[in-house]
Design a protein around this ligand. Structure first.
Ligand code: ATP
Ligand code: MG
Length: 555
């Protein structure tokens, strides 16, 4: 089946790179990087950044490195590193050579710090954190020079060596860049370059007790790796002068440029690793890969295919102006992608029993039907027609409204892939609840229209004897407020949607689902797209609803 082609949205970074290439900059090379901090699982915002950085490298025959900016060992872990690698690969990208770690460059970075000291551009400062805050000034007031600012080069070299050797406690001293305490840009007011942390690092072990700050590490790591276009989000715009200052003042091997774009913000969604971690830590969700989470692992488990995320990212403009993207656009990309890739199947979520009274009890018929109505290459699947079947309660009405296309007393409907049946009798309990339908089938209707009467409705069904009991997990949006983060008076967890998960454990699926592996997607006709969850056991399949067939929020 022909794929829907996705028109790539405007992307100002692409234009800049094209212009740089036209002018022969960087010897015609393009190198980008994706630089996550391994302090959580990646989310949909990161997917944008991954598609952007790896996508640009691909488009311009350049390279893209994966670099873990691991300067905060207390918040980082190998679990996060492994999950990030898995997510990048799952999206279908390959990073250049081995994955890098900023910590691979700690020796070099330490050397750059010493170089800054030697040039009189860095000094060891003994102000406490509180004092330093006071000296820093504010947006409206300039800062004041630290009393330690005029230490000699020799003294600074000695103190920094002793910091590095572990002679001081955490927080006792820091190394700061000597830039300008009166700068209108707060980031330039003698920012910290190194701080003391007596802590084990997941990559470098106990080798270091001083760790470089993010701003210092990030740009210089770009320079060490020969990154040409360092793309980040707008919060770092004010950090760019500092990014350039470090690169201009040490003898690093290249001069990358930073470009900022507006981060992806989705309505009804939180995209901050810290907040997502809070949901995990407080058991508001079942884990980082809970299918309601906007994490890449959550979306994978939910049944999104990587191509859907890539299509969504490609169709989202890369711009400098901030905006909020409708989460409905993501869901719509998922539907478009699954429509062509998900085989069809039947599953009855809320069953009523139907007895086909003119079908003999000891007879069954195997029906072979296409797995996908428009794609023969997906092959066929088998259904078993028996005297007793189940249909969905929603497909029957005691009093059919006008133009009702499903089953009702004395009305006919086709059981998908099988015969036309007519409802002859309804068995109810004392409360009027429907317990069973007695129907007859028309033997001349398999694969053909009935003669002498018209049937509009086609409903899904499964055999009572040949089905698989399944647990179906229906997901709705995790937040019921369009902007969960938008109200400062309230914690974002207050607008968690209490109905974001509904578990149905009375559902029955057609036997073909027994061949599906974990992650296999299906379209259950009229219900939506579903996939097999990893919680499935040999006794019971667990099925996630990936997305409904239509956007029910956009009424
Ligand atoms: P978070 O706030 O969730 O922790 P972060 O920006 O601190 O996000 P990093 O691990 O530092 O997370 O990010 C790696 C890369 O992903 C960075 O280049 C960052 O700019 C980018 N990124 C993070 N969130 C988004 C987003 N919502 N939209 C686009 N890019 C993003
Ligand atoms: Mg961060």
């Amino acid at each position: 089946m022909a794929e829907k082609t996705v028109v790539k949205a405007s992307n100002f970074v692409r234009n800049i790179i094209q212009e740089d290439l036209n002018q022969g900059k960087n010897n015609g090379k393009v190198a980008t990087r994706f630089p996550p901090e391994p302090n959580g699982y990646l989310h949909i915002g990161h997917a944008t950044s991954i598609c952007l950085n790896f996508g640009l490298a691909e488009e311009f025959s350049g390279v893209c490195t994966l670099r873990f900016d691991d300067t905060n060992p207390e918040k980082e872990s190998d679990e996060y590193i492994q999950s990030i690698k898995q997510d990048v690969k799952w999206l279908g990208f390959e990073w250049h050579e081995e994955a890098r770690f900023a910590s691979n460059y700690f020796d070099t970075l330490h050397g750059y710090a010493v170089e800054l000291i030697e040039k009189g551009l860095a000094y060891v400062c003994d102000l406490s954190a509180d004092e330093a805050r006071e000296y820093r000034g504010s947006l409206t007031e300039p800062g004041k020079d630290s009393p330690y600012r005029e230490r000699t080069v020799a003294e600074n070299l000695d103190l920094f060596a002793r910091m590095t050797a572990g002679e001081y406690a955490d927080g006792e001293k820091v190394l700061r860049a000597k830039i300008n305490m009166a700068s209108p840009n707060m980031n330039m007011r003698d920012p910290i370059i190194y701080r003391i942390r007596h802590i084990h690092h997941h990559q470098t072990g106990d080798k270091w007790c001083v760790y470089p700050m993010y701003d210092f590490t990030h740009g210089l790591s770009d320079a060490i790796e020969g990154v040409t276009h360092s793309v980040c989000t707008l919060e770092f715009e004010d950090h760019r002068p500092l990014y350039d200052w470090f690169i201009d003042n040490v003898s690093c091997p290249s001069k990358p440029h930073q470009y900022e774009f507006a981060r992806l913000e989705l309505n009804y969604t939180v995209t901050s690793k810290r907040k997502l971690k809070q949901l995990v830590d407080t058991n508001a969700v079942s884990g980082w890969d809970d299918p309601r989470m906007p994490t890449i692992s959550g979306m994978r488990r939910r049944g999104y295919r990587p191509q859907a995320l890539r299509n969504f990212c490609d169709a989202t403009p890369v711009a400098r102006s901030k905006g909020i993207t409708e989460v409905g656009r993501l869901e719509s990309a998922v539907r478009d992608d699954l429509d062509s890739h998900a085989p069809r199947a039947m599953c009855v979520l809320d069953p009523i029993k139907v007895t086909i009274t003119n079908w003999p009890a000891d007879t069954q018929q195997t029906l072979t039907v296409p797995a996908h109505p428009k794609d023969e290459s997906m092959g066929t699947r088998e259904l078993v027609w028996t005297r007793e079947v189940l249909i969905d309660r929603a497909d029957f009405a005691m009093q059919a409204p006008r133009k009702w296309k499903r089953l009702a007393p004395q009305q006919s409907a086709r059981l998908r892939g099988g015969y036309v049946v007519t409802c002859q009798e309804v068995i109810t309990n004392a409360d009027g609840e429907v317990l069973e339908l007695l129907c007859t089938y028309d033997e001349n209707t398999l694969g053909k229209k009935p003669e002498g009467y018209k049937v509009n409705g086609v409903i899904h069904w499964v055999s009572v004897e040949h089905n698989l009991p399944v647990e179906v997990r229906l997901y709705d949006r995790l937040f019921n407020d369009e902007n969960p983060d938008g109200n400062k008076e309230r914690d974002f967890t207050e607008c968690l949607n209490p109905e974001s998960l509904t578990v149905i454990d009375t559902a029955y699926a057609e036997p073909s689902l027994g061949d599906g592996e974990v992650g296999q997607q299906y379209q259950f006709e009229r219900e939506g797209y579903f996939c097999i969850d990893a919680d499935s056991s040999t006794d019971k399949l667990v099925i996630n609803r990936t997305v409904t067939l239509r956007d029910s929020w956009n009424k």
